[in-house]
Design a protein around this ligand. Structure first.
Ligand SMILES: NC(=O)c1ccc[n+]([C@@H]2O[C@H](COP(=O)([O-])OP(=O)(O)OC[C@H]3O[C@@H](n4cnc5c(N)ncnc54)[C@H](OP(=O)(O)O)[C@@H]3O)[C@@H](O)[C@H]2O)c1
Length: 265
């Protein structure tokens, strides 16, 4: 059992509500593996108080950084001193590092976590034809990471089509070599089919897109973590598709988050 002492470095996860988060336990394992004298604690902060809270952290000399989650990812963009191009394009920050001069740097790691999770399971996205369902915060980050990973084609399907078109317009400016379009609900003919909507958590949720044409030569990936086997993945499995669960995306991010906050390996 690690003991907190006067030398322990402090990290946080800021959210509202916060009681549901699992990161303090998960990051504990990373700190232990890396031999870090650190602790990551839940920080329950309302949107109204977020600016004052973040300002105060600049003066905490033993504060290493924090994870930002619902509903603070967008607001954090303007509260950091500098953010990565990915965070700027996505318009969200989910990890913040406090630098030694008290300045704050932000990044978004959802997309890198997703791509890292695929690679960990032997799926290389480079040159694949990809169908991505969703155009919310997570989908946006995944779209940028997939384009960066060199997919051959990236088509987006979303209930609100204008949001898919907006992502494509911004992506094409940076990755003109990737073919992209806002498409309908059928993922037929793609190598990799991804659900990046919030559909699949509740038993009454509809499928995020048309599953009738899924075939055994396709990989179907989820970002929903609970339940582990979503209705989408269950159907895909029945049809003989390769499936990728939602959890690896988070597991990969935890390591990337520790790296970003300067936790030594
Ligand atoms: N595995 C991980 O590490 C990880 C990381 C981040 C997030 N997530 C999960 O990913 C999910 C999405 O998160 P987010 O931050 O992207 O949420 P978000 O910004 O609220 O986006 C939600 C997306 O789902 C779509 N959607 C929601 N309800 C729908 C419905 N009834 N019919 C059709 N489409 C619907 C939305 O479409 P519209 O644009 O039309 O509203 C939008 O594309 C959440 O469940 C979150 O827990 C997982």
């Amino acid at each position: 059992m690690m003991e907190i002492t006067g030398n322990t470095r402090l990290y946080g996860i800021v959210a509202d509500p916060v009681s549901q988060v699992k990161t303090p336990q998960t990051m504990r394992k990373v700190f232990d593996q890396r031999g870090t004298d650190g602790v990551l604690v839940p920080m329950h902060v309302s949107s109204e108080n977020l600016p004052a809270f973040v300002q105060g952290l600049r003066s905490v000399l033993n504060f290493g950084g924090m994870i930002a989650t619902v509903p603070h990812k967008t607001a954090m963009v303007d509260l950091c001193d500098d953010i990565t191009p990915a965070a700027r394009m996505v318009g969200a920050v989910n990890i913040v590092r406090r630098n030694s001069d008290g300045s704050l740097s932000g990044d978004i790691l959802d997309g890198q976590g997703f791509v890292g999770g695929l690679r960990q399971h032997g799926i290389e996205p480079k040159s694949l034809r990809v169908f991505l369902g969703g155009a919310g915060g997570a989908a946006k980050a995944i779209a940028f990471a997939l384009a960066d990973a060199g997919v051959a084609r990236l088509d987006l399907y979303n209930r609100t089509q204008a949001k898919a078109q907006d992502i494509i317009a911004r992506l094409q400016a940076v990755y003109p070599m990737v073919a992209m379009a806002a498409v309908g609900a059928s993922p037929v003919g793609y190598d990799l089919v991804i659900n990046a909507t919030s559909l699949g958590m509740r038993p009454e949720d509809p499928f995020p897109f048309d599953v009738s044409g899924l075939s055994a030569d396709q990989t179907v990936a989820e970002i929903i973590m609970t339940p582990t086997l979503t209705p989408l993945l269950a159907v895909a499995q029945e049809k003989g598709c390769r499936i990728q669960f939602g959890l690896p995306m988070l597991e990969c991010q935890i390591e990337l988050m520790a790296d970003f906050m300067g936790v030594a390996k």
